[in-house]
Design a protein around this ligand. Structure first.
Ligand code: AHG
Ligand code: MN
Ligand code: MN
Length: 369
C-alpha cells in the first residue's frame, strides 16, 4: 500500500492524543477506553463481514432467546455484546456497563480494577437487517461513574446499580457509533464536534476522513416507519402530511422519503447530507412509549446530532435534558436537521391546525385517518 495514501490523515489514536493535549491533567484512561471500544467495533465488523461463512447468522437459540426488550436475540446480538464486554472490561477504565442485551447492569469482574467511567451500548443496532445483508452498527455512550464506586478497596466496593446509569444525556462524556456498511466507520464525539473515521482494512486502523461533521439545518428528506401512521399523534401526522403534500402543500416543496430500519444507518445518512428521522411516541402499544431506547440509542445519537449542529428531541423537548427513570426506558425520538426538528416541536405546542381540515389537503393525504 502506498504510504502517501495516508500521510496526511490522522489515525484515531493520533486524534485522541492530540485532543488530550488540550487537557494536560487528563490521565489517558478515557483515550484508552475509546481505543478499546474501537477494537470491539473492528471485531464486530469482521464478524459481520463474514456473514453466512462465519456461522454467526440467525437466531441465538432455537425456540428463540428473548432479551429484556421482549425481542428475539440474533446470534450476532449476543456475540457483539460479548465482544464489547471482553474488549473493555479488563483495562481498569470502567466501573460498570449496561447494554440492550443485558437485563441488569454488568459488574466488572473482580480480578480487574475499576475505573471512573460507565459504558452503555447497543452492541448491534438494526439487527433485524443482518440476515438480509444490510447496514447495521453499534452505538455507545460514556458517562462518569459516581465517585463512591471505586473509593473503597476493590473487594469492598459496592455493586454498580441501575440508578448509577440514570443520568441525562447532557452528562455524556463521549458518544458515537460504528457503522458496518460498504466501509466500516467510527463516528465519535468527545464534546468537541463530531469526527468520522474510516477503517483502513489493510492497516486495521481508523483514519480521520470526516473531520467536523455538520448536519445541514434544512432538508427535504424524512425517515419514518409509515406503517405506524394510524398510531401517530396529531403533530406527527400533520408534519408528515405536510411533507407528502409537496410543492402544492403548505411546505411548498417536494420531500423525499427513506427508511432503512437501522437507526444508526439513518443517523449516518442524516449526518452526511441532512434529513429528519422520526420514531415518535405512538399509541401502538400502551406499555411502550416509543420504540427506541433512551440510554443507548436516543442519548448517544442525540449527543452526536447536537455536536454536529443538528437537534435531537422527544418531539417536545431536547432529548439530552430528559431525566432517565429506568435502564431500558423507551422514548419517542426525533433527530436531524435543526429547522425540521424545531418545526415538529412547534407543532406539538400548537393546536391541530387548519391544514389537516383543509379538504384539498386532506384529499392528498396518504396517512389521513
Ligand atoms: P435493535 O436492532 O437494536 O433492536 O434496534 C432496531 C431499531 C432501529 O434501528 C430501527 O430504527 C427500528 O428499530 C426499526 O423499527 P421497525 O421495526 O419499526 O422498522
Ligand atoms: Mn438498536
Ligand atoms: Mn441492538
Amino acid at each position: 500500500m502506498p504510504l502517501t495514501r495516508h500521510s496526511h490523515r490522522s489515525t484515531l489514536t493520533q486524534f485522541l492524543i492530540e485532543e488530550r493535549r488540550r487537557y494536560p491533567s487528563a490521565s489517558g484512561d478515557f483515550n484508552a477506553l475509546i481505543l478499546d471500544v474501537a477494537i470491539a467495533c473492528k471485531a464486530i465488523a469482521r464478524a459481520v463481514a463474514f456473514g453466512e461463512l462465519g456461522g454467526v447468522m440467525g437466531n441465538h437459540a432455537e425456540g428463540a432467546s428473548i432479551n429484556v426488550q421482549g425481542e428475539t436475540q440474533k446470534k450476532l446480538d449476543v456475540l457483539s455484546n460479548e465482544v464489547f464486554i471482553r474488549r473493555t472490561e479488563w483495562a481498569g477504565n470502567l466501573a460498570g456497563m449496561a447494554s440492550e442485551e443485558m437485563d441488569l447492569p454488568y459488574q466488572i469482574d473482580g480480578q480487574y480494577p475499576r475505573g471512573k467511567y460507565l459504558l452503555i451500548f447497543d452492541p448491534l443496532d438494526g439487527s433485524s437487517n443482518i440476515d438480509v445483508n444490510m447496514t447495521v452498527g453499534s452505538i455507545f455512550s460514556v458517562l462518569r461513574s459516581p465517585k463512591d464506586l471505586d473509593e473503597a478497596p476493590r473487594d469492598q466496593q459496592r455493586d454498580v446499580t441501575e440508578s448509577d446509569f440514570l443520568q441525562p444525556g447532557s452528562e455524556q462524556v463521549a458518544a458515537g457509533y460504528a457503522l458496518y456498511g460498504p466501509t466500516t466507520m467510527l463516528v465519535l464525539t468527545v464534546g468537541t464536534g463530531v469526527h468520522g473515521f474510516t477503517l483502513d482494512p489493510t492497516l486495521g486502523e481508523f483514519m480521520l476522513t470526516h473531520p467536523k461533521m455538520q448536519v445541514p439545518a434544512d432538508t427535504q428528506e424524512f425517515a419514518i416507519n409509515a406503517s405506524n401512521a394510524r398510531f401517530w399523534e396529531a403533530p406527527v401526522k400533520r408534519y408528515v402530511d405536510e411533507c407528502l403534500a409537496g410543492k402544492p402543500g403548505p411546505r411548498a416543496k417536494d420531500f423525499n422519503m427513506r427508511w432503512i430500519a437501522s437507526m444508526v444507518a439513518e443517523a449516518h445518512r442524516i449526518l452526511m447530507r441532512g434529513g429528519i428521522f422520526l420514531y415518535p411516541r405512538d399509541t401502538k402499544d400502551p406499555i411502550k412509549p416509543g420504540r427506541l431506547r433512551l440510554l443507548y440509542e436516543a442519548n448517544p445519537i442525540g449527543m452526536v446530532m447536537e455536536q454536529a449542529g443538528g437537534r435531537a428531541s422527544t418531539g417536545e423537548k431536547p432529548m439530552l435534558d430528559v431525566q432517565p427513570t429506568s435502564l431500558h426506558q423507551r422514548i419517542g425520538l426525533v433527530f436531524g436537521s435543526k429547522n425540521e426538528v424545531e418545526r415538529l416541536e412547534r407543532y406539538h405546542t400548537e393546536p391541530v391546525t387548519v391544514e389537516l381540515h383543509n379538504p384539498l389537503f386532506a384529499e392528498r393525504s396518504l396517512f389521513r385517518d
